[in-house]
Design a binder for this molecule. Sequence first.
Ligand SMILES: [Zn+2]
Length: 408
Amino acid sequence: MDERRAVEQPGGRQAMGGAEESQRLIPLHGFQRVLGTFGEEDEGPLFLITAGIHGNERAGVEAVQRVFAALREAQGTPAGRFKGRCVAFAGNLKGLRAGVRFIDQDLNRLWTKKGIARLLAGDPSLDDAEEAEARELLGCFEKELGRARGKVLIMDLHTSSADGPPFSCMGDTIPNRKLAFALPVPVILGLEEAIDGAMLDWFYEQGHVAIAVEGGKHQARETVDNLEAMIWIALVASGNLHERDLPRLGDFKRLLEREVRGIPHILEIRYREVIRPGEKFHMIPGFKTFDRIQKGTPLAEKDGEVLRATEDGYVLLPLYQGQGEDGFFIGRRVPRFWLLVASLLRRLHASRLLPLLPGVRPHPEKKDRFLVDPKIARWGTVQVFHLLGYRRRRPEGDQLVFSRRPQW
Ligand SMILES: [Zn+2]
């Protein structure tokens, strides 16, 4: 028995078990929308978890099942002391049952304001597979949010087709940082800007704390362990569990630290390779997330053309499966110092000075938005907006658009 499998849970149960256990867990519970609930609707935090929003990413479901089994077992003991409430949902139920990322469309791409408004105005009997999933999830989320009396946090669990260590993704707000930096894994900034309509956007827009975590390769056993460790650590960071009631907290942290040794703490997305319908994409074999690459490194082939790295950096989420519209991302290290500068500037409300930058003007119709003329704006303008807690939106004509995040 290796070290990882020997880690025991507060209830005395071996909650970080291996493949045999996971094979037992899934058939027992099947895939249901509500994977687990724990705790009371008191003043404490509401911690929501979503797993399998991509149906071929089952490891998150297993991780959630382990956590809830351990919580239930610990009930009535000090380890079962729990503030607030934790609820976990399965994302793409039909996808999970079929073992595919999605049936008709990516469930993690239809949560734009417009998309949700269109969905709610539409006839449910005409929903495609993922619209029906989104409609049901939305109902579940709203029910929970309506009852919440404390702060709300959400963690969305993912896995990937390539090998690679665990990491988290977040929109850079101070409350998100608190949760993401509690996990000893690299944090990737700007993925939510690169991807339109991710489910977490819906939560961001309402000002909730929302981060996504990647556990590793889809079927790897470590992936479930990594996701489970991240859930436990997050439950302590959120205030649902007290550190002293989770004696194995240190083990979970060490497990993750081992997985991410040598990788920068913070990276930002610099490039996204989009695969459009009909395009033939082939990632060159052997890349893992966080592999270092030099500008010009051949990474993939698309419609017979070689795609090379646009700059030095790290390759992220290289696509080694049929379904998916992101071929790969390129990230670059962000010095922690910059994040400190960013919080300071936000506290000083430095965004008041934004209209003084060349090429930048307030949006004529929308509050808290700016238009940027890329022909006039200086190099670094995008970075300044990021520092000040703004997020890049879809461009309007040839103008870049930035909006302030609901909570900085
Ligand atoms: Zn995913």
